[in-house]
Design a binder for this molecule. Structure first.
Ligand SMILES: [Zn+2]
Length: 383
């Protein structure tokens, strides 16, 4: 049986062959039990079990059901793992397949990634951490996780920077699935990496806006991590997904979608409240268009005529077939369609002072931009 168990960078405890575990050296901070000790006998790793390591430097470490044998020199002085190995030695003991050092808060894949990274000279590591395709992100995530857990801070920061660089690249961000976005967001929150979080969230939001990626995983991630911007656009897009799948549910009757939304009760309350608010927003705007400003080349009397024409043409555009074919909650698409119609409207060209007309179209553009910014307030978190 393993003599010592390292839970993470701050918690080590001594194993007593099934007796109650007692803290050793450092305070125990969680309640994980060494359940991974149970089951089939561990086997040697096909890559990182080196028979050729000098006996005085060799250490055997068990992660999940895999045994690794490497040189203790691989771990920097002062690191939790190196310190524990030194303690082992000073107690006159040696690790072995039968008495390995056990890492309980790691995955075998993560530990392989750590050993790989530790074997590269630190000056060369950035060049080695350059993922060019989505599959290469996952070892980096595993590396970030294990280096965070066992406090290889420099290596962790290098892994996070590499992920950030990868997601600044268009190809990766434009093709990766929601699960990858969610995994990175989770890590960025856990490791307090706001720059990484911002880069990844912007890419995710951008693809949600273009409806290239499903909204439900983004809703789950946003609610889990309390990310307002992601929450707003994700709930909004989910409403459009539901309406596009169930076009017969028209008008303000979005409540009928309740049973089909795959959201939990709290999320459904948030979702329905937001949908209702969006519908109300549009109903109000449909009746009362954005105010037409009186600008250069116009005067009080002439502007009264500008306003009459603007309001009439607004009404035509807001109730046209083109506009009504959009879902009742897709206000961003509705505003875009109305703006396109008004831009091409000849009555406005002929009867409204050019500066006033441009001011009205700009005001409409600003209404849409403000709504986009305001979406998190339409879908607030209910806790
Ligand atoms: Zn005017």
């Amino acid at each position: 049986m393993p003599r010592f168990i390292i839970l993470d960078g701050t918690t080590i405890r001594e194993n007593h062959n099934g007796e109650e575990e007692r803290p050793k050296k450092r305070q125990r901070i969680d309640d994980d039990e060494p359940t991974k000790l149970q089951g089939s006998a561990p086997s040697r790793d096909s890559i990182y079990y080196f028979d050729s390591v000098a006996r005085e430097k060799a250490c055997v470490i068990q992660v999940e059901q895999t045994l690794f044998q490497i040189s203790e020199d691989l771990f920097p002085l002062g690191s939790t793992i190196r310190s524990e190995l030194q303690q082992y030695k000073s107690d006159g003991k040696r690790t072995s397949d039968k008495e390995p050092l056990l890492l309980l808060s790691a995955s075998a894949d993560g530990f392989r990634a750590l050993l790989w990274a530790l074997s590269i000279p630190s000056k060369d590591i950035d060049g080695q951490l350059e993922p060019t395709e989505e599959a290469q992100i996952h070892p980096l995530l595993a590396l970030a996780t294990i280096t965070h857990t066992y406090r290889f801070t420099t290596l962790r920061d290098q892994a996070l920077s590499a992920i950030e660089r990868a997601f600044s690249d268009l190809i990766l961000a434009e093709t990766c699935p929601s699960t990858t976005f969610a995994a990175i967001i989770e890590i960025s929150v856990k490791m307090n990496a706001p720059k990484l979080q911002k880069v990844v969230m912007e890419k995710w939001v951008s693809r949600l806006k273009r409806r290239e990626i499903p909204a439900l995983p983004a809703i789950a991630a946003a609610d889990e991590s309390g990310l307002r911007q992601l929450r707003g656009i994700a709930y909004y897009v989910h409403a459009q997904e539901l309406l596009s799948r169930h076009p017969h549910v028209a008008g303000a009757n979005v409540a009928q979608l309740f049973a089909k939304s795959q959201l939990n009760t709290t999320q459904t309350v948030c979702f329905l409240a937001g949908c209702m608010s969006l519908v109300t927003f549009w109903e109000r705007l449909q009746r009362t268009p954005p105010k037409l400003p009186c600008l250069a080349g116009c005067g009080p009397a002439a502007h009264r005529a500008c306003v009459v024409t603007w309001n009439e043409q607004w009404h035509h555009a807001a109730t046209s077939k083109k506009t009504l074919r959009h879902g009742s909650t897709d206000i961003l698409a509705i505003l875009n369609t109305v703006r396109e119609q008004l831009t091409a409207d000849q009555e406005l060209v002929e009867k409204v002072t050019p500066a006033c007309r441009k001011g009205g179209l700009d005001a409409l553009g600003k209404t849409a931009a403000d709504l986009l910014q305001d979406l998190p307030n339409y879908f607030p978190a209910y806790t």
